[in-house]
Design a binder for this molecule. Structure first.
Ligand code: DQA
Length: 147
């Protein structure tokens, strides 16, 4: 089983970026936690961060024949990107949307997600656990669908 993990814009700054909201964990540490859980579950992960919408679209398109599911924190593109939503709808791979912060308890514009309607589910507000729970959800969903 292979899962593509995508981090959107500004998540490369984790650790120093608004720590009161996003915590002190760096992207490298978060990726290490994701990789450790993947190993435990026997999943292969490909992890990619980009500040560019087009690069994220390219990664999603490229995932079509190569992965079983997508775990994505679209970051600010959550609230703006028809292109990311259309790419996810186009590949029709099970996709879990995750957020470190609770997007529903912040500014009003953050409670709108262009991604949620094409995602299997959304996990928001649990810090790094949002990613780990999302990975577990993709794992059990994919396993169930293979039986
Ligand atoms: C975020 C929430 C978004 O609103 C914000 O633009 C981000 C990070 C989160 O993980 O909490 O960059 O996706």
């Amino acid at each position: 089983m292979k899962i593509l993990v995508l981090h959107g814009p500004n998540l490369n700054l984790l650790g120093t970026r608004e720590p009161g909201i996003y915590g002190n964990i760096t992207l490298a540490d978060l990726n290490a936690d994701i990789s450790a859980l993947a190993k435990e579950l026997g999943i292969e992960v490909a992890i990619f961060q980009s500040n560019s919408e087009g690069e994220l679209v390219d990664k999603i398109q490229g995932a079509l024949t190569t992965v079983d599911g997508i775990l994505i924190n679209p970051a600010a593109y959550t609230h703006t990107s028809v292109a990311l939503r259309d790419a996810i709808a186009a590949v029709a791979l099970p996709t879990v949307e995750v957020h470190l912060s609770n997007i529903h308890s912040r500014e009003e514009f953050r409670s709108t997600s262009f991604i949620a309607p094409v995602a299997l589910g959304q996990i928001s507000g649990l810090g790094p656990d949002s990613y780990l729970l999302g990975l577990r959800a993709l794992f059990s969903h994919t396993k169930k669908n293979r039986q």
